[in-house]
Design a protein around this ligand. Sequence first.
Ligand SMILES: Cc1cc2nc3c(=O)[nH]c(=O)nc-3n(C[C@H](O)[C@H](O)[C@H](O)COP(=O)(O)OP(=O)(O)OC[C@H]3O[C@@H](n4cnc5c(N)ncnc54)[C@H](O)[C@@H]3O)c2cc1C
Length: 405
Amino acid sequence: MKTHIYPLSTEYLNLYNIIREFASNRERELLKLDRASHEEVALGIRRILRESSSVRLLSLPIPEDYGGSGYFTLGSTIALEALAFHDAGLATTIGAIWLGLLPLVIANMLGRGDIGERWLRSFSEADALGEPQVWAFAITEPTAGSDYERLEPGASQPEFLTYARREGDYWVISGRKIFISNGPIADYVTVFALTDKLRGVESMACFVVPSRAEGFKVVSIIDKMGHRTSLTGELAFENIRISEEHVVCPPGLGWDFVQLTLAYSRAPVGGIALGIAKRAYFEALNYAMSRVQGGKRIAEHQIVREKLANMYIMIAAAESLIYNIVSRLESEFPPPLEDSSAAKVYASDVAVYASLEAMQIMGGYGYTRDLIVEKLVRDAKLTQIYEGTNEINKLTISDKIISRA
Ligand SMILES: Cc1cc2nc3c(=O)[nH]c(=O)nc-3n(C[C@H](O)[C@H](O)[C@H](O)COP(=O)(O)OP(=O)(O)OC[C@H]3O[C@@H](n4cnc5c(N)ncnc54)[C@H](O)[C@@H]3O)c2cc1C
């Protein structure tokens, strides 16, 4: 079956097929982990990540200069789509590793080759040795969720909890982050923190915080509806001392780095939604072709045909939007945040629509836990919430539309 309508090159289609094969071979195990304890998930996911080193999957978006494959937004989106077709939680785990590295990739793009040498090279070396590092990206705080994604015009400073202060040659980080994908299993967390309460977001900086540092605590692992093979945690930083080498961007540039990171990551997260939507469509089509009711296959009933056609149209539109935007993200600077948001919003809405329609086409069987479509519904919903809720993404889009008008 043709996997894409968008004209991807043979190179990218091959990449997609290699990653589909990797994830497909592990789907049965991932489905078991979907119902397993957090401890079993931690062990199982760590093992799958180690196995991914055989195809150097995690080093895909690391620049070639530092030992990676040099794919950027287009290649990583294709990978996330392929992974999510089999398990969205695995896609989120790997996407969160890339998200944690993204501020370092951006710093490197902006001329900080020392960051590439230190962190990106050691990442790809560890991957080559079959002991990949797990990274996480931490902006969200218990008191600042959407406020960390977009500043409400005219509102007072959001209430941030994570601060960094200078002590001699060291930085001392203290505070709290919540909903951090990979937080409970991370080796390194990329943390955004204020350095001056009065200057607020203008004083924000970004740091690499190793989880082995004294004062790093996993407060809890959050029990979620979907993406259950991706562990999400609340983290506390209790006076963690780190050296200057851990600074990704200095005070004053943190907020710009958050916006750049979101611009580069939102459309690729749309790729996760697209993978879920395509799987839902594929499952619904197969079911409709074999289930007989009213004396014929249900795919021949007009009302079911309309559902399949709607899914097809919306998936084709989401795919076209995503691959257009992620291709542009490879060359445009500054990256168009509003268009990246548009791709994420549309694809996530399509994932929710397609998974629910697939469930409807599969009737009572679709509602059981024996078929994957029930998991697809659970997984699809998150894509409307993380990487900024769709409402916040729409505000970001309208900010741009109105400022241009
Ligand atoms: C499973 C999961 C994984 C995640 N992974 C990460 C991660 O790896 N790293 C990370 O930093 N964060 C992560 N997040 C956090 C995620 O990005 C936030 O949950 C999201 O930004 C929303 O923040 P919140 O949950 O605090 O909701 P809130 O900001 O409290 O929003 C609640 C509701 O109010 C609406 N709302 C809020 N502000 C406005 C406004 N100004 N105007 C209109 N409506 C508004 C929202 O749209 C939403 O409907 C993750 C979240 C989840 C659930």
